[in-house]
Ligand binder design. Structure first.
Ligand code: NAD
Length: 477
């Protein structure tokens, strides 16, 4: 596909101007809960329609070699879960929330009204190009916003599907898609949005936040980083390996909340390696023809990223790491077999950069007390996983680390519960999404006070002793 297709600055400007009128934003603000749900249902029906299912699953196959089953499990089902949650809860979220008032404000009523932020820009990444475009989109619609969606040009087939779907379902003034490369996105970022929801790398997250600061536009940044998984000496290494193998290999490791690196108690290393190798075989080599022949194992999105991941392996090996599992890389196919690297040290690039590929570097420890310091050397992670059968150890790790989200004795599932906030902390993200948290992120929580009786005239000049008596009581002056 030609890059010209994504060089759309004029189209981006046209859509911004068309959507960004007071009249249009007022219209969107007036949409009822029912109308918002009807819009989301349109998206749901479109995705479930047999012909369209064929289209988006094929797009994901072309972009990421993602098989139909994985596409349904990881791109569709999480979106459907969020949609259902919105259908069930939106009536509650949109209600004014009474807050009560302190005694000194007797006579006043207070409530929070959730109004749409207004005109929002959603910028999506390529790794789950359907899910991570539609999920923010439906929360933005639920909150009553006008939305412009910019999918990732790197997942070009899915970007084309999204453009077609939104074009067929919505008037441009309500929701529109602009396909775009970096110059197009840069032109979009220069506009005075009311909110920007960005999913992508911390490096580009900084570009987005800088641009947003020009207009003091609020941002949600769903970023990435190095998410550790910790296996302690109380843990069943085989059970942990099963989950970690899946977490590392699904979408060929290109998942923001994939376990990036493993910190494992020395006593568990051998059983873990054995179980990891067995699991790879059971998941991706049932015919004995090698993982490369599996239709269920993905590919690296493009040659640039293939070279990047290969570079991380090469650097680690040159500095003394050993490939305990894996070794096969085929550039033409952008294929990287599941890898486990041992004898890894903190100075290797693989222990500093987000891997975003099916490669698991392993560092061993003998005392759990060492672990928080190992994690704290890096930026605060998006996810942190604890594999342990000890409540004490689990509490120790929860207490002595920080992360956007944590799963205990599991991986990745944190993103699938719409009742939990999903997001990072500092370098791994700002703001939260999913469910009510996503709705609030796209809303202005407007504080409203209404006086029913009385007045606060005692604070008006000329000041008298009543004010000072009150002040003394309240402030114990
Ligand atoms: P990216 O930051 O390269 O790109 C994300 C989006 O930003 C794309 O739409 C792209 O077109 C645009 N973009 C790229 N460079 C830009 C620039 N210089 N100026 C303006 N816009 C630009 O990220 P990616 O490679 O698509 O995705 C991988 C990263 O995203 C990883 O770090 C991963 O951890 C993170 N991620 C986070 C989440 C999450 O929910 N926290 C989910 C998926 C991916």
């Amino acid at each position: 596909m030609s890059n010209d297709r994504f060089h759309n600055i004029a189209e981006a400007e046209r859509l911004f101007a068309l959507q960004h009128t007071d009249a249009n934003l007022q219209l969107a603000k007036g949409t009822s809960e029912k109308e918002r749900i009807a819009r989301i249902r349109k998206v749901e029906r479109y995705l479930l329609d047999e012909k369209h299912q064929q289209e988006w699953t094929e797009a994901l196959w072309h972009d990421l070699h993602k098989c139909r089953e994985e596409a349904i499990a990881t791109e569709l089902l999480p979106v459907l879960a969020c949609m259902k949650h919105i259908y069930d809860e939106l009536h509650d979220w949109v209600k004014d929330r009474p807050t009560g008032v302190p005694l000194a404000m007797a006579g006043l009523k207070a409530f929070v009204r959730h109004e749409p932020k207004g005109h929002v820009l959603v910028i999506a990444p390529w790794n789950y190009p359907l899910q991570l475009a539609i999920n923010p989109l439906i929360h933005a619609i639920a909150a009553g916003n006008v939305v412009l969606l910019k999918p990732s040009e790197v997942a070009a087939h899915t970007s084309a599907f999204l453009k077609k779907m939104i074009g067929e379902l919505f008037e441009e003034r309500e929701v529109a898609v602009v396909e775009g490369d970096v110059p197009t996105t840069t032109a979009l970022l220069a506009k005075p949005w009311h909110h920007i929801f960005f999913t992508g790398s911390p490096a580009v997250g900084k570009v987005v936040m800088k641009a947003a600061s020009e207009h003091l536009t609020s941002v949600t940044l769903e970023l990435g980083g190095k998410s550790p998984v910790i296996v302690d000496d109380t843990c069943d290494a085989a059970k942990a390996a099963e989950k970690i193998t899946w977490g590392k290999c699904v979408n060929a490791g290109q998942t923001c909340i994939a376990p990036d690196y493993l910190l494992i108690h020395q006593s568990r290393l051998e059983p873990f390696l054995k179980a990891f190798a067995e699991r790879v075989e059971r998941m991706y080599d049932t015919q004995g023809k090698g993982v490369r022949a599996s239709q269920e194992y993905g590919r690296i999105i493009n040659t640039r990223n293939f070279q990047r991941v290969k570079g991380l392996i090469d650097d680690a090996v040159a500095k003394g790491a050993r490939v305990a599992i894996g070794g096969e890389l085929v550039e033409d196919e952008k294929f990287i077999a599941p890898h486990v690297l041992i004898d890894v040290t903190a100075d290797m690039a693989i222990m500093r950069e987000e891997i975003f590929g099916p490669v698991l570097p392993v560092i061993t420890f003998t005392d759990l007390k060492e672990v928080p310091a190992l994690i704290a050397r890096l930026e605060r992670p998006l996810a942190l996983y604890i594999m342990s059968n000890s409540r004490r150890n689990t509490e120790f790790l929860l207490h002595n680390t920080t992360a956007g989200g944590t799963a205990i004795n599991d991986v990745m599932v944190t993103a699938s519960n719409p009742l939990l906030p999903f997001g990072g902390v500092n370098n791994s993200g700002i703001g939260k999404s999913n469910g009510r948290h996503g709705f609030v992120e796209f809303s202005n929580e407007r504080g409203v006070l209404k006086r029913s009786w009385g007045t606060l005239s005692m604070i008006f000049p000329p000041y008298n002793s009543t004010l000072m008596q009150w002040a003394k009581r309240i402030a114990r002056l």
